[in-house]
Design a protein around this ligand. Sequence first.
Ligand code: BTN
Length: 246
Amino acid sequence: MTDLLPLPEGVQYKAEVGSTMDEIRALARAGAPEWTVVLADQQTHGRGRRGKVWQSQAGSGLYFSILLRPRVTLSSLGLLPLLVGASLAASIQSHLGLTTQLKWSNDLLSLDGRKLAGILLESEVIRNKVKFVVLGIGVNVHFQEFPKELKAAALEEFVAVRRGDLLRVILKQLRLDYARFLEQPEFALQLWKSFPNNLGKIVQILEPSGDTWSGIALDLDSSGALLVQTETEIKTVFAGEVSLLR
Ligand code: BTN
């Protein structure tokens, strides 16, 4: 806990929760304001995308969720993970001097290709209107034993980090970037492309159906979908797991 102190103002701290996603969801339904933040030192049921577990040992990472009530269209909401990933990359670069790379759509990797941070967005939408979004961010800060297949890395393998200080920088940067996103959602694309990313590289796509195929990641379209050049056509990937082949 010690390197979490001093906690940024307004952050609700829990030593242990199931998942900070569920904590924020409950607060959202009870009418909590935007930018309510719950941070846990440890999660017993930390979750990632596609039903994966997010390993969240005590004393190791930053595990937090933020309540947002974005007044944007459903289509713009697809740009939010890109904005958040790029905002994280900006904070890590400015605060720690560490360059990272963005992997479409929600991941932040070390330059040697291991996962440093992940982003999970869960939204409540009623009649095509976004009621609220729970934005979950997990950053691997201190070293923990990761299963090899996770291909994970911790920030402290590269640079010394105090979790509380990093959290303060991340929240400040995110508020600024989110304000620009609300004014102009395409800002997310601009910011994402300004950091090292997997465009121009050979990628393998694992479809939600389980099918895999590969091609060159060409660009993002205006909705944030990934355009991939295969041998025969340009395919648009809206959802799917991307791995870097080269
Ligand atoms: C992913 O890369 O699959 C997304 C990982 C998101 C993990 C964070 S940790 C804080 C919040 N609480 C959770 O249970 N998950 C998110």
